[in-house]
Design a protein around this ligand. Structure first.
Ligand code: UDP
Ligand code: MG
Length: 170
């Protein structure tokens, strides 16, 4: 019996995840994508991309007054990144309300400073320094929307249903 209904795509929380240039250079693309796949998130967009300084500055505009802003922009534009949209198929059951891909992805990623990130997290397992912390994840659903609009064009997104969904959500 299907008691739940998959909500319209627009209502589904989405996170923008990005493997930074060090993750690409260090051969960690497969490993990092695999962590999100194994968790059960649904991949809705994926590409290898060399970004401009303008785009990097817009993405990190909230940090523009920080002392590390110039080196952060150099770092993010130093080579290709892998851009991803991860979604969590939310059902309209009460029990699933408030469970979000944004917060959950941040937990998988771990603390900004890899020395403080727990073992088992991506940064805890794969990185040692804040300025080379291999991966980005949106910090709020609103920023998820903003970042996806910034990094992806309409035709680059895929609407699809995973055969895993009934095995992930009761
Ligand atoms: N960053 C840095 N030095 C700092 C803080 C941040 O180089 O002292 C870089 C780091 O790559 C981090 C990014 O700036 O991931 C964005 O910072 P934020 O505080 O948003 O951390 P995040 O959301 O990525 O954990
Ligand atoms: Mg952030």
């Amino acid at each position: 019996v299907q008691r739940c209904r998959i909500v319209a795509a627009a209502e589904v929380e989405q996170s923008y995840i990005m493997i930074k240039p060090d993750g690409v250079q260090r051969g960690l693309v497969g490993e990092i994508i695999s962590r999100f796949e194994k968790k059960g998130f649904l991949l809705k967009g994926l590409k290898l991309f060399q970004c401009s300084k303008d785009l990097a500055q817009e993405h990190y505009k909230d940090l523009k007054d920080k002392p590390f802003f110039p080196t952060l922009i150099d770092y993010i534009t130093s080579g290709p990144v892998v851009c991803m949209i991860q979604i969590f198929v939310i059902l309209s059951c009460k029990a699933w309300e408030g469970v979000g891909v944004v917060a959950s992805a941040r937990k998988l990623i771990g603390a900004t400073n890899p020395l403080q990130a727990e073992p088992g997290t991506i940064r805890g397992d794969l990185a040692v320094q804040t300025g080379r912390n291999v991966v980005h994840g949106s910090d709020s659903p609103d920023n998820g929307k903003r970042e996806i609009a910034l990094w992806f064009k309409e035709g680059e997104l895929c609407e699809w249903e995973s055969v895993q969904t009934p095995w992930l959500i009761e």
